[in-house]
Design a protein around this ligand. Structure first.
Ligand code: GLU
Length: 393
């Protein structure tokens, strides 16, 4: 049973009627990323639900025929494989998942290719690992591949490469992957489909619990109210969905969390029909490609630099500022020029992230010195907006 909940302090609930007024512009659906959770397209035993996949394909085909560019991020490989084979007792759980993914991914893609083919749509597969996003060259290769597919009207279907992504190399779940993909591909909208209607202000089904129609940047620290008991086959829960959704919305993407088991939910959202979902309203600010890439790179940081209070004040202010070597009071870890490093204040608060222009050795040797080249140039620097807003209050 799903028990996603947000406590009663929901003074940030804004009615759907107000949502478009608030943003003053309608969401842009020219290029959409759609994430499909395992629970949407599998049956209770984990096997793929052909009927459900067909409904989904029909829905996507409507958009495709209108010239809308769609990138699907679909889970379901591990679940589909699990329903096919029980590995022997001596196979450990990691290897079992690898086997399930190896079998299930083929089944998943066969269904999609066959069903999209019925609508005259060519679908192609792209398997990614977290490592694919670490290196900017690899990242750009992936971006070029999806761009070329879209230009040639081939529908990209992305999943994590679960046969090789193990533990710390894994995405938290495919919600995270869908966030990476939508920001990489400059999608203006992301629709995350699971088997609930969206985010609730309590336990779904209980009296007084309502679906939250819209969430925006003024909605406060929503995450702490959400409990995260999840069901079924997917890895993600509502907590990760919400934090990914907010992060992506803060990059200028409208995000919708909706129920993929409802027929025509995608086209209904696009048409602006009054159907249930939670809309994370896009922040009007848009970031450069490099900054978007960086903002997803926290887990790739090779080291940390600790900065003094003057540098902190400058970085958290409103002016575009680079981090200078003179503002650094400590260096942790080993990194090379070009690596990503985290910026912390002396109390360990995470101030931001950026691409170092010095090796850790050189940075350490020059602590407190005035060097002309910045340690991190502004164009390669992202600030932790949460810390910035607390600091500016
Ligand atoms: N990549 C996994 C699969 O296809 C799903 C991960 C998730 O549940 O988010 O089974």
């Amino acid at each position: 049973m799903f028990t996603y909940s947000i406590n009663f302090a929901t003074n940030y609930i804004i009615s759907r009627v107000n949502s478009y007024k608030l943003k003053n512009s309608k969401p842009d659906f020219k290029r959409i990323a759609i994430k499909v959770g395992s629970n949407v397209i599998t049956q209770p035993d984990g096997s793929l639900s052909d009927g459900r996949i067909l409904r989904l394909v029909e829905d996507v085909a409507i958009l495709y025929k209108q010239g809308i560019e769609v990138i699907l991020i679909s889970s379901g490989a591990v679940a589909a494989g699990r329903s096919e084979i029980s590995p022997s007792k001596k196979t450990n759980i990691i290897a079992a998942k690898q086997i399930w993914a190896a079998i299930g991914q083929v089944k998943l893609m066969s269904s999609y290719q066959f069903l999209f083919g019925k609508y005259g749509i060519q679908a192609g597969q792209l398997l990614a690992t977290k490592e694919s996003f670490r290196d900017r060259v690899h990242y750009l290769n992936m971006k070029n591949c999806i761009s070329a597919m879209l230009e040639n009207r081939v529908l990209p279907i992305v999943n994590e490469n679960d046969t090789v992504s193990i533990n710390e190399l894994m995405f938290t779940d495919n919600d995270e992957l869908s966030g990476f993909i939508s920001s990489m591909m400059d999608c203006k909208s992301l629709i995350i489909l699971s088997n609930v209607d969206g985010v609730y202000n309590g336990i779904p089904g209980e009296e007084g619990t309502e679906l939250i129609a819209t969430i925006d940047e003024t909605s406060g620290d929503l995450e702490k109210y959400i409990s995260n008991v999840k069901s079924g086959f997917g890895r993600g829960g509502m907590l990760t969905k919400c934090s990914i959704a907010r992060k992506i919305a803060s990059h200028g993407v409208d995000v919708f969390i909706a129920n993929g088991t409802r027929d025509s939910i995608i086209s209904d959202i696009v048409k602006g029909k009054n159907v249930p979902y939670t809309h994370f309203i896009a922040n009007s600010k848009r970031e450069s490609g490099i900054k978007k890439w960086l903002s997803h790179s926290d887990t790739f940081a090779k080291g940390v630099v600790i900065i003094n209070s003057g540098a902190k004040e400058a970085l958290l202010g409103d002016k575009a500022t680079s981090l200078l070597v003179i503002g650094i009071i400590g260096v942790k870890g080993f990194f090379k020029s070009g690596d990503i490093v985290r910026i912390e204040d002396k109390d360990g608060n995470n101030i931001g992230l950026g691409k170092a222009q010095y090796d850790s050795d050189k940075a350490e040797k020059n602590i407190g010195k005035k060097l002309s080249k910045p340690f991190i140039h502004y164009d390669y620097l992202v600030i932790n907006e949460k810390v910035r807003s607390v600091f500016q209050d």
